[in-house]
Design a binder for this molecule. Structure first.
Ligand SMILES: Cc1cc2nc3c(=O)[nH]c(=O)nc-3n(C[C@H](O)[C@H](O)[C@H](O)COP(=O)(O)OP(=O)(O)OC[C@H]3O[C@@H](n4cnc5c(N)ncnc54)[C@H](O)[C@@H]3O)c2cc1C
Length: 467
């Protein structure tokens, strides 16, 4: 008997999964497929904490699918390049009539899917990609000249105009349990090469759709109303911390949008939904401007900025030994939890790319290697925003002063003290810049901020970068 196959990638959930629902709508028995690609993950710098999160969510997905009578076939190859050949073998063996998956937008993923589509074409298998990772198909959102938007605000306005007042979330039904044939290439989830596990990661980032939904509901019930006021203060739990679940597709962006929509309309809801649109915007940019997927700046005129490649200074930044307490505390948050508050991501990225003038690609890579929510489009977008190389980026002359930012967004030093206990006894004024204000047993600032700022301004001006 023929089957419909749904290929899970970064959509590790059963609820509101358009590809999975479409497979079921075909009327054929549905089989799920997951392909582990450890070599590709390494090439993409996927962090061990993220890979472990994927593994645990894959186990939760397998259990949830089982309750719906859907088996999950897991296989492993090294990289995306090996996937088409596997499909050549698998599609006839499983008698696949239809292959469904949810579209992904970065270049390597698109090339992978084009190669698989070619195999399907040859074998007469109907392959269909579905809209899932963003609210609106990137090709449908264009400006009045039928060109892609390059600036967020008009993009977001156009997106809001297109979105219906309520989104339709998909459900799947229980099917008669499908038995998979014995396949030599099939593996248990436990046999796939992810990353070594760690109890602290499990406690910080529990897996499964139910947990993601709970996180979303708690945020909407308790924090979304004040989101606009509180989202910039890292010592406060003011944001949703849903990013890891969104990046792995344990929750859909539609579910997030809809959950917010149901709460009282207000500045908090509007601002949070705008962040969801930033999430979409950067995927949109990756799709329309694929050169950013090739380690290139979005703006061509920044090619001549003389980025520094000072390994020693970079190492100070990576390890949180810059001597600027907020930056060091932020880097500790990343190393200890796999996550960093958005305000801090901007501050540390700007310090690296402006005060130290170190190549933004080094920082982008370090983040990917450590983030549980590492997502190519959002990470690249955030780094190019901070380095003034990206679309709708910060103008190069607007350089955050990390000490002023610290005084403003961590006024009482609560966040700094949480991650740098050695500074716990300092008073509120001194804790922001101990090296500058008085001698304490703490690394001195690695750079004079005024010098770093002037050097960056000069470098950008000389490179003739447009603001
Ligand atoms: C240098 C830099 C690197 C970043 N790297 C990543 C990354 O790898 N993965 C990632 O998901 N986000 C990244 N971001 C964006 C942002 O920092 C995180 O999405 C956010 O901190 C996640 O926390 P949250 O879920 O509590 O967000 P909330 O404030 O609750 O926002 C809700 C969701 O909106 C999206 N979102 C919020 N802000 C942004 C933004 N500026 N850009 C794109 N999407 C956004 C995220 O999916 C987030 O989960 C980066 C930002 C910068 C400045």
């Amino acid at each position: 008997m023929s089957v419909a196959l749904h290929w899970f990638r970064t959509d590790l959930r059963v609820a509101d999964n358009p590809g999975l629902s479409a497979a079921q709508s075909s009327g054929l028995p549905v089989v799920g497929l997951y392909i582990a690609t450890p070599g590709q993950w390494q090439a993409h710098d996927d962090a061990p904490i993220k890979l472990d999160f994927w593994r645990r969510n894959l186990l939760a997905l397998e259990a949830a699918l089982q309750q719906h009578g859907i088996p999950l076939l897991c296989i492993q190859v090294n990289s995306y390049r090996d996937i088409p050949a596997r499909f050549e073998q698998l599609l006839p063996l499983l008698k696949v009539a239809q292959l469904h998956c949810n579209a992904e937008y970065p270049l390597n993923e698109r090339r992978r899917d084009e190669a698989v589509a070619a195999v399907c074409g040859r074998l007469g298998v109907h392959m269909q990609q579905h809209l899932d990772q963003v609210l609106i198909e990137p090709a449908r959102l264009l400006n009045k000249s039928a060109l892609p938007f390059k600036v967020f605000t008009p993009y977001a306005r156009a997106a809001r105009e297109m979105l219906p007042p309520a989104l339709w979330l998909q459900k799947i039904a229980v099917q008669t349990t499908v038995q998979l044939p014995v396949l030599p290439l099939a593996k248990q989830v436990s046999e796939l090469t992810f990353a070594s596990s760690n109890a602290a990661w499990t406690a910080l980032w529990p897996a499964g759709e139910q947990h993601a939904q709970q996180r979303l509901t708690t945020f909407c019930q308790q924090r979304i109303a004040d989101y606009k006021l509180q989202r910039d203060f890292p010592a406060i739990e003011g944001t949703s911390t849903i990013s890891a679940y969104l990046a792995a597709g344990v929750v859909s962006v539609r579910q997030c949008w809809q959950a917010a929509q149901q709460w009282q309309d207000g500045a908090g809801v509007f601002t949070w939904q705008n962040e969801l649109l930033w999430h979409d915007f950067y995927k949109y940019i990756a799709w329309h401007f694929p050169h950013i997927c090739l380690h290139k700046p979005w703006k061509s005129d920044v090619g001549h900025v003389p980025w520094r490649h000072d390994q020693n200074e970079f190492q100070h930044w990576c390890e949180g030994r810059t001597g600027i307490p907020l930056i060091d505390a932020a880097m500790q948050q990343l190393l200890q939890t796999g996550w960093m508050h958005n305000r801090l991501r901007m501050i540390v990225a700007m310090f690296l790319t402006k005060h130290l003038l170190i190549d933004w690609r080094w920082g982008e890579r370090w983040f990917m290697q450590h983030l549980v929510d590492g997502d190519f489009a959002a990470n690249n977008g955030g780094w190019q925003w901070s380095a003034s190389t990206g679309t709708d980026a910060v103008p190069y002359f607007r350089i955050f002063n990390p000490v002023t930012q610290s005084q403003r967004f961590d006024e009482e030093g609560a966040f700094i003290r949480r991650y740098l206990p050695q500074l716990a006894d300092l008073d509120n004024a001194t804790v922001h810049a101990p090296g500058l204000l008085r001698p304490v047993s703490y690394v001195p600032p690695m750079i004079d901020l005024a010098f770093g700022r002037e050097r960056a301004l000069l470098a950008f001006k000389r490179a003739n970068v447009f603001a």
